[in-house]
Write a protein that binds this ligand. Structure first.
Ligand code: PLP
Length: 246
C-alpha cells in the first residue's frame, strides 16, 4: 500500500462517551467539545454520532465552526466557547447559537441585536476563577451580573469557568477555583440571577473531580481517547478514536 490513511473509529467514540456518562450519571448534561475540527477527528461526523448517542450540547471555538455543524445537520444547542464578535450576531440569530460572553460591549451589542430581531439570545457568562485568560474576573462578577440583568433580549442560560490545572496531580488550585465559582454562584443567586447550567469540568475534571460536575460537563480530549495527563488520580479505560495506517 502506498501512503497512509487515518481511520476514525466511531465505536471507540461511543465507548469513550459511555465512560463520561458512567462517571457523571444522569444529573449532569454533557457538552461535547468539538472545536478544532473535533481535535482533528472531523467535527461533523463526530458531532452527529454523539448527538445520536444523546449528547445534550456541543462546544466550538467560533461562529464559523458552529455554522459548519449546523450545515452538517447538527440540531442540538451549540456554545461558542470563545465568545462572538459584533459582526457575527446575525449568524448567532440565524443559526440559533449560544455565545459565551464576558465583555460588556459585546453584551450590549447582543442585547441590541436581539431586540432589533424581536427575539431573545441565550448566553452563558464566563467567569475567570484563576485561569487568567478569558472571562470576567471573579471579583468583578457582581457588577457584570447587574449589567446583564439590566439588558433586554438576553436570556441567561448558563455560567461557566475553566480549570487552569485540573490535569495536575495536585488538585489544590482546582479546588480553590471551584470554591470561587461557588461563591460567584451564591452572589448571583442573591441578586436573583439563576442558571440552568453552571459548568467548569473539562476532561480532567470529569475524571478526577466529581465535585465539579454541577449541571453540565465539558469533556474534549477524553472523548477522542486521550487521557488529559499521566498524573490523574483515577485510572480510566479510554480508546483512541484515531489510528494511522501506513
Ligand atoms: C477545550 C475546552 C474544553 C475541553 O478540554 P479538554 O481538556 O480537552 O477536556 C472545555 N472547556 C473549554 C472552555 C475549552 O476551551
Amino acid at each position: 500500500m502506498i501512503g497512509s490513511t487515518i481511520e476514525i473509529d466511531l465505536a471507540c467514540l461511543r465507548h469513550n462517551f459511555s465512560k463520561v456518562r458512567e462517571l457523571v450519571g444522569q444529573s449532569a448534561a454533557v457538552l461535547a467539545v468539538v472545536k478544532s475540527d473535533a481535535y482533528g477527528h472531523g467535527m461533523v461526523p463526530v458531532a452527529r454520532e454523539l448527538e445520536y448517542q444523546g449528547v445534550e450540547y456541543f462546544g466550538v471555538s467560533n461562529c464559523r465552526e458552529a455554522v459548519t455543524l449546523r450545515q452538517g445537520g447538527v440540531r442540538s444547542p451549540i456554545l461558542l466557547l470563545l465568545g462572538v464578535e459584533e459582526d457575527e450576531l446575525d449568524y448567532v440569530i440565524q443559526y440559533s447559537l449560544t455565545p459565551v460572553i464576558f465583555r460588556s460591549d459585546v453584551a450590549k451589542a447582543i442585547s441590541a441585536s436581539a431586540v432589533a430581531a424581536a427575539t431573545k439570545i441565550p448566553v452563558h457568562l464566563k467567569i475567570d476563577t484563576g485561569m487568567g485568560r478569558l472571562g470576567v474576573p471573579y471579583v468583578e462578577a457582581e457588577s457584570f451580573f447587574e449589567l446583564i440583568s439590566s439588558l433586554e433580549g438576553i436570556r441567561v442560560e448558563g455560567i461557566l469557568s475553566h480549570f487552569a490545572a485540573a490535569d495536575e496531580h495536585d488538585k489544590s488550585f482546582s479546588k480553590q477555583q471551584l470554591q470561587r465559582f461557588h461563591q460567584v454562584l451564591t452572589l448571583a443567586d442573591n441578586i436573583g440571577l439563576t442558571f440552568r447550567y453552571a459548568h467548569i469540568a473539562n476532561s480532567a475534571g470529569v475524571i478526577d473531580l466529581p465535585d465539579s460536575y454541577l449541571q453540565l460537563v465539558r469533556p474534549g480530549l477524553m472523548l477522542y481517547g486521550g487521557p488529559p495527563s499521566q498524573e490523574l488520580h483515577h485510572p480510566i479505560n479510554l480508546e483512541p478514536v484515531m489510528t494511522l495506517k501506513t
